[in-house]
Each structure stands twice: as structure tokens, then as C-alpha cells.
Ligand binder design. Structure first.
Ligand SMILES: *Cc1c(COP(=O)(O)O)cnc(C)c1O
Length: 437
């Protein structure tokens, strides 16, 4: 039985009108607004397992997974029970609690180079704090980032960022002081000579290189063999720290994130890591951590200030811990399998229809580029047919499949994708691909 929803979505349209009156653009995070694919974003009213249900009562198979966190699917019974029982004991104490200790222990246990970790509320806060710490540790101020990598909306990291900024093709954000941007050097991804040139020129001023462990915010663009090792070698030679942003990949690509797939490294591990998304299980929880001697500079031990009213929130920590404990080797194997089934069907249909495309991978994360040559950096990623992606997106949506609403985003599978959900995706593909035109 194949679904075909009409293009109008009356309840979502009414909610968008209400939202637009009180929230800029009607959304609380820009990519939700559908600007790059057009049309009305669907306002969801509930979710269970692999399904989202919108305000018009229509069901969609979810391939966004809240941009990563819902790795087990929605409202997983055991996570729900952890949330209920923890919330019944109080929502926030403003004191330490065992929940946050257990979550920190789980992270330290999974990612070998992470000796200590501090919990925060968002990936943005994690990268912002890691950068402050790197500056405090080195006594330097310049940060190197890669074009197309997104690290949250931290002022100094919004230069040539991916994600929503790739979607809107904004070169930069207004409101970021020139002084802040001046402390950031942007280098093309996968370009070791460009990195070496930046260090040759300003090595003594550089506090850290921050990189997505495996970029997923310009679509999935894996590091070339030896690239991560080169980052480690060059930063060490110049006394700078290496920050691996695993907010997206952490606990999703593998038990130990991208590090679990690519590390350990002969040249040594990154000094600091940032995490978010999966580790919060759908609640606001994120973290940064790494070398104990660097982390020891944080207040109250050391002089680098960092704090948060709700950091380590018991309910969020319990949801994250329950989620991570359920992310067993069998779950990672299932994620890989279902991702390959879906991507295989995409390739088959696109090939049959003669649509040039390319799929790139990071564990079970993948993205579909509407171009044939390999995508190695942000310039490559931008050279694709984004209008065609919009038509494909709406072809899938009308057939009950919710893809990420941008050609620059990763498709996130969940372990809840069962036969019915997968069948819905497979049967939607031929019609949606035909609509690319
Ligand atoms: C999502 C993301 C962030 C920002 O996390 P928020 O929780 O949205 O602030 C940072 N880095 C990477 C790699 C991300 O994917």
C-alpha cells in the first residue's frame, strides 16, 4: 500500500502562520523552515519508533532522527521509563547528582582518549567551551577551522560553516564582530598543504585546530587516509591543541564514534573531544572532554571559567545514559545494515532513472550528493544540483518519508526502522525519483 499525501498541509500551514507571528521565521532553528526545499515545514504532534505524525495526522518514516539523537527511534520504552522515573524524583537540583556521574563514566569508558569530561547543554556550548579551554591552556588566541565544518553557532566558528549556512549559502553571519572572525583561519578540508601553510605563517599564535571528526554538515565528507594523522602531527609540532568535534558522529558511527572507526592513531589522539546529539537521547545534553591535564584548567580546579544552571540535568542525563546503554554492538550492526539497504535502493533507483549521484559514508551516516565525482571538500559539496534535491525531497515527503530538508545534510537512520518503515521508503523511491525530472 503506497501513500500519497496532497501538497497542502492545512494544520501545519495554520501553525506556521501562528508561529511566524511570534517566532522569527516561525522556527527555533533555521534548517527546520524548509527554505532550501520550499513548501511548508510539517509541524509534528507525536513520534513513536521510526514514525513521525504531523498535525494533519499524516505519518512519515523519519530519516532525520532529530538530526541524530533519536538513534533508537522515538519514545523508546526503556528510555521513556528512565525519563519518567527520574523526573518523578525532581527535575533539577542545582547540585551534583549520580545521574551525571554515570553518564560521564559511560563516555569516558567508550572513548579511550577521553580521561575526564564536563557536561553542558548543547553542542554549541561544548565547542565554545573547548575553544576557551584550548586558548587558556596555550595562552594563544587563533583557531583554525575547515570550510564546510559546522561547530554550532559560536561567533568565531561561523566563518565558512556548513549546516544551515551551507543551506542558505551565507558566506558568514551578520553580528559576528570582525575581531572575532579575525581570530579564525579557515582552511579547505582534506588539504594538508593549506594547513601547513597556515601554520608556517601563524603557528606561534594558533591555540587549536577544530575539525569535525568526520564532517557531516556539508554532507558526509570523510577525511582522506592520513588526514587526521596529519592534523595531529602539525598541531603537535607547533604546540597547538587538536579538538575533534564528535557532536554528530559521537556514539553514532560506532560505540566510540568516529574515533572508534578511525582511531587509535599512530601520531596520537586528539587532545579534546566534543559530544552532543546521541548522548542526550533527545534531551539537551552535550559534553566536552579529553586530556585530564588540559581539563584540569577548568574552574573550580583552574582559571578557565565555565558553568551552567542546568548542566548535567538529571532527566537529560538519565535519558542519555539509557540511550547509550541500549546502543549495543547489535544495535550498531543493525544501523549499518538498514542504512545500506536504504542507500542501496537509492542508488538503484537513481541509476535506473539516469540521475547522476554519489553516496558517501561515515558508519551508518550517509548523504546523497547530486553529482558523480567524489566530494572531498566544501567547494565540491556546493557543486551539485540542489534544486533537483528539493523536488526529490517533496516527492519522498508526499509518499510518507521525511528526509533531511537540505542537500547538505546527513541521513540519520534509527534502529527502530522495521520492515514496514523500510518498505515505505523503498516503495516511495521510484515515484520520487521520477519527479526529479
Ligand atoms: C549539531 C552540531 C553542533 C552543534 O550542536 P547544537 O546542539 O545544535 O548546538 C556542533 N558540531 C557538530 C559537528 C554538529 O553536528
Amino acid at each position: 500500500m503506497s501513500t500519497h499525501y496532497p501538497p497542502e498541509a492545512p494544520a501545519s500551514e495554520a501553525l506556521l502562520a501562528r508561529a511566524t507571528a511570534v517566532i522569527p521565521g516561525g522556527v527555533n532553528s533555521p534548517v527546520r523552515a524548509f527554505r532550501s526545499v520550499g513548501g511548508t515545514p510539517r509541524f509534528m504532534s507525536s513520534a513513536a519508533g521510526p514514525w513521525l505524525t504531523d498535525a494533519d495526522g499524516r505519518r512519515y518514516v523519519d530519516l532525520v532522527s532529530s538530526w541524530g539523537p533519536m538513534i533508537l527511534g522515538h519514545a523508546h520504552p526503556e528510555v521513556l521509563e528512565a525519563v519518567r522515573s527520574t523526573a518523578a524524583d525532581g527535575f533539577s537540583f542545582g547540585t551534583p547528582s549520580e545521574h551525571e556521574v554515570a553518564l560521564a563514566e559511560e563516555i569516558v569508558d567508550r572513548v579511550e582518549p577521553v580521561e575526564t569530561v564536563r557536561l553542558v547543554n548543547s553542542g554549541t556550548e561544548a565547542t565554545m567551551s573547548a575553544i576557551r579551554l584550548a586558548r587558556g591552556f596555550t595562552g594563544r588566541s587563533v583557531i583554525v577551522k575547515f570550510a564546510g565544518c559546522y561547530h554550532g553557532h559560536v561567533d568565531s566558528l561561523l566563518a565558512a560553516a556548513g549546516s544551515g549556512l551551507a543551506t542558505f549559502a551565507l558566506p558568514d553571519s551578520a553580528g559576528v564582530p570582525a575581531s572575532s572572525a579575525a581570530e579564525t583561519i579557515v582552511v579547505p578540508y582534506n588539504d594538508i598543504p593549506a594547513l601547513e601553510a597556515a601554520f608556517a605563517e601563524r603557528g606561534g599564535e594558533i591555540a587549536a585546530v577544530i575539525t569535525e571528526a568526520c564532517p557531516g554538515n556539508m554532507g558526509v565528507v570523510p577525511p582522506q587516509v592520513g588526514f587526521t594523522e596529519a592534523l595531529r602531527r602539525v598541531t603537535r609540532e607547533h604546540g597547538a591543541l587538536l579538538i575533534s568535534d564528535e557532536v554528530m558522529t559521537g556514539f553514532r558511527c560506532s560505540r566510540a564514534g568516529w574515533f572508534g572507526l578511525e582511531g587509535p592513531y599512530a601520531e596520537g589522539s586528539p587532545d579534546l573531544f566534543t559530544f552532543g546529539k546521541v548522548m542526550g537521547g533527545g534531551f539537551p545534553a552535550a559534553a566536552f572532554g579529553g586530556r585530564a591535564d588540559v581539563m584540569a584548567l577548568l574552574a573550580p580546579e583552574g582559571p578557565v571559567y565555565q558553568a551552567g544552571t542546568l548542566s548535567g540535568n538529571p532527566v537529560a542525563s538519565a535519558a542519555g545514559l539509557a540511550t547509550l546503554r541500549l546502543c549495543t554492538p547489535e544495535v550498531y550492526a543493525r544501523l549499518d545494515e538498514v542504512a545500506h539497504t536504504i542507500a542501496g535502493a537509492v542508488t538503484e533507483e537513481f541509476t535506473r532513472a539516469g540521475v547522476p549521484h554519489r553516496i558517501q559514508w561515515a558508519g551508518s551516516m550517509f548523504s546523497v550528493f547530486l553529482r558523480e565525482p567524489e566530494v572531498r571538500d566544501y567547494t565540491d559539496a556546493q557543486d551539485q544540483d540542489t534544486a533537483a534535491f528539493g523536488r526529490f525531497f517533496h516527492g519522498m515527503l508526499s509518499r510518507g518519508v521525511h528526509l533531511p530538508p537540505s542537500a547538505f545534510e546527513t541521513w540519520f537512520v534509527s534502529a527502530a526502522l522495521d520492515d514496514e518503515a523500510v518498505e515505505t521508503i523503498l516503495s516511495a523511491l521510484p515515484g520520487a525519483v521520477a519527479e526529479i525530472g
